[in-house]
Design a protein around this ligand. Structure first.
Ligand code: ADP
Ligand code: GLC
Length: 490
């Protein structure tokens, strides 16, 4: 099969969060199973160009219809750790992808609508006819609309779209001008409940809704979240649309790329280890403390790695930090955020705790440090308010850092409480709490810290259980191949 992923992110060159990891890991898994897999991304100025091999221009004259004229684009090709990638570079005054960061601009819907139109035009002109176009998140929601409404009539009627929703909170809710820009026009047709009309604002269109309506299959990134999206407020207004399209919607649990996230060979950590040699983990704890100027003491090391976003339960992260410091533990935070209020708050905390030798806050994005934290930490907290899948807990488990998580989304599918679970003892791998309040996170953290101090053998058992859990892409890769095969034109 020939599969093309269309995405706004790809690890490690353009990564904001888990979307980037998933597009990399899934495309690799599908490729090693004998398929042709390619990835198409915008050519951002802020990509990590060192990680792209053999980047060169392959197409200079891609004229993409835009309003009543066209925008000239170049298309670049290069390998990202073995993945075949195409990068779209528009030459227009709007400077869509040369703005120093991936997202956060008022015209984000327009930027990615342009990307969708450019991808379709490139596939059309270059004669690429994949069996499956796999689109991700709101940024690519317009692509299946363009395929069905424009390009199918131009000879692309055999291409099928699988659309994966990683985060329902960001949907690309926007105005009529996108229809005119992309050549779809006909607002009276698209501003319809059965098509792109936003379910709650009848003056807006919703790009993610377009993705759901027009794709051949829709997934979200864990089974539990597929239920939450349909039946709770976590669908952020799209539950009804999912109900209408329920026959083509399901949850497929993400995997973790075990080539990149593997303590046995990780290029960023000083001491390699496996489930058979857990002692090899501890030099990483010392090295991490040294790097971040933490005191070397007999204390568990608790960490948070992730975006600083309301989704992640910032009040609980902060509470975990102070609770840890007051209960004989050390705490490290590595995070960056798009929201300046939350970012400033954590900068303030960082200054406040500056002289505390049991605590370090690193505000920013740092892939290398993230690896070192997973390897060095004893416990990782993920107290999310909602979490479609969550990779942090699965990566932590791989590195023998015990996850302490809230029972939402993919965290429910991957972390099983040591004390209260219907799983076999050897499948229990962490601590889970329900309520998004201080008592909730304290109940789980106190048990984790208690076990570390009072029952080190039991704590080690939890480490080996975590490390032995299979969170690889193997099963999910097979699941996606099944979906591709189900929808493709045979
Ligand atoms: P989300 O996609 O919602 O951000 P996930 O848990 O699915 O959450 O994925 C987060 C990914 O991004 C993980 O690979 C995590 O290690 C990484 N990550 C998040 N924040 C940072 C950061 N500040 N520095 C380095 N890596 C980070
Ligand atoms: C999103 C979600 C996260 C998920 C990731 C990859 O950003 O917030 O839960 O793991 O996408 O699918």
């Amino acid at each position: 099969m020939h599969i093309i992923h269309v995405s706004a992110e790809l690890a490690p060159v353009a990564k904001v969060g888990g979307l980037a990891d998933v597009v990399y890991g899934l495309s690799r898994e599908i490729e090693i199973r004998g398929n042709t897999v390619e990835v198409i991304l915008p050519k951002y100025d802020c990509m990590w160009y060192d990680e792209i091999w053999g980047l060169h221009k392959i197409y200079d004259d891609l004229w993409v219809p835009w309003y009543s004229a066209s925008v000239q684009c170049s298309v670049w090709f290069g390998f990202v750790h073995g993945r075949k990638c195409y990068f779209i570079e528009p030459h227009s005054q709007e400077n869509f992808f040369n703005r120093g960061s991936f997202y956060g601009f008022n015209d984000d819907p327009m930027r990615f609508a342009f990307f969708c139109r450019a991808v379709m035009e490139y596939l059309f002109k270059s004669g690429k006819r994949p069996d499956i176009i796999h689109c991700h998140d709101w940024q690519t929601g317009l692509l299946p609309v363009l395929l069905y409404e424009v390009y199918a009539g131009m000879g692309m009627e055999r291409q099928r779209v699988c659309y994966t929703i990683h985060n329902f909170k960001h949907q690309g809710i926007t105005g009529e001008s996108i229809l005119w820009a992309t050549g779809l026009g006909r607002p009276e047709y698209y501003f319809h409940y059965d098509r792109l009309l936003d379910n709650f604002n009848n003056t807006a269109i919703n790009l993610m809704k377009g993705g759901i309506v027009y794709s051949n299959y829709v997934t979200t990134v864990s089974p539990h979240h597929s239920w939450e999206a349909r039946y709770t407020d976590q669908g952020y207004g799209l539950g009804q649309t999912l109900a209408i399209h329920h026959y083509k919607f399901s949850g497929v649990l993400n995997g973790v790329d075990y080539d990149i996230w593997n303590p046995e060979i990780d290029r960023f950590i000083p001491s390699h280890y496996t489930v058979w040699n857990v002692d090899g983990k501890y030099p990483n704890k010392d090295a991490l403390r040294e790097r971040l100027w933490l005191r070397k003491e007999f204390k568990p090391l608790i960490a948070y790695v992730g975006r600083l976003d309301a989704q992640k339960g910032v009040h609980l992260i902060q509470h975990a930090m102070f609770y840890a410091l007051e209960h004989g533990a050390q705490f490290i935070l590595l995070g960056a955020g798009g929201d300046s209020g939350i970012n400033n708050h954590f900068w303030h905390l960082k200054h406040y705790l500056n002289d505390n030798a049991n605590c370090h806050l690193e505000i920013g994005f740092n892939e290398q440090l993230a690896h070192q934290i997973y390897a060095g930490a004893d416990i990782i907290v993920v107290p999310s308010l909602f979490e479609p899948c969550g990779l942090a807990q699965m990566i932590a488990m791989r590195y023998g850092a015990i996850p302490v998580v809230r029972a939402v989304g993919g965290l429910v599918d991957t972390v099983f409480d040591r004390d209260n679970s219907d799983k076999l003892p050897e499948e229990r791998n962490g601590y889970v709490f329900r309520d998004a309040d201080f008592a909730g996170i304290e109940s789980a953290l106190s048990r984790a810290i208690g076990l570390w101090y009072d029952h080190p053998k039991e704590f080690r058992r939890l480490i080996t259980n975590s490390m032995a859990a299979d969170c690889s892409w193997a099963r999910s890769g097979e699941h996606y191949l099944g979906i591709y095969d189900y929808v493709r034109v045979k």
